[in-house]
Design a protein around this ligand. Sequence first.
Ligand code: SF4
Ligand code: SF4
Length: 288
Amino acid sequence: MPMKNMKVRVFSIEEFSVYDGPGIRTTVFLKGCPLRCNWCHSPEGQDFKNYTLRSPNGCLECGACFDVCPTRRENCVACGKCIDVCPRNLIRFAAIDYEPQQLVDILLKNKDILSFNNGGITFSGGEPLAQYEGLKETVSLLKNKIHLALQTSGYAPREHFKEIVNQMDLVLFDMKIMDKEKAKEYEGINNELILENLKYLGTTDIPFIVRIPLIPGVVDTEENINAIISKIKDYSNLRMVELLPYNKYAGAKYKMAGKEYKPKFDESVPSNPRLGLFKEANISARVL
Ligand code: SF4
Ligand code: SF4
């Protein structure tokens, strides 16, 4: 039985995506994440709260959005008043809440095109498992209708991880920093849970792809990449590794969200994909 008034809080839905699993896909980004990766390029996906994002481009500095706001835009309560008064339509909510069936209807809108192109639907975030109940219900409504993929940090209670990945046709498993202390420093979490969930995934027959954001000098070091390889090389359900060079525009959305981007690494250093290490380990890898 679906929970009454259950909602899924979504911060973006991207149609016709070609980087989030096979074929052409619709990717839905669920709000909320327990990690605080220093390089995160979706600050609006981190917290569960809703608020407004204000684009600085084209602002008339008319002040209308401040005048109407009960908190002078200091602590948004998502009343929406500023959205209504902006003459340039520069303000929008960071998230939209959907009932699972509503969300499913949107995600299946292009079902025929997605299926024809060997694609499907990918759940991403934030960390989609952080909205476990809503995700579970949405997945149950989609199961066997279309190819389903989950992009996850792996940071979720084992039972939640297990329940959702067992409904998936593919898992995109993010791997970042292997050193426990550095993971705490740069991601804000204890990575043991992630490694435990990876181990579980390796015991299943669910195909998975490991995705590595190549943060220069932090994730892309020889030592760290070798440590990742040692954790994944023996899993027969590992399909490949996808390497994501650091996105120099990672900080762009922080201003809109009223936050400050403070990378603790040198952004000017190009990412090193270290493809040779994957080749040596006989793991198929590609740079996205
Ligand atoms: S929605 Fe706009 S007007 Fe309402 S509290 Fe948030 S910033 Fe202020
Ligand atoms: S209402 Fe719109 S145009 Fe006016 S200051 Fe606010 S964001 Fe800028």
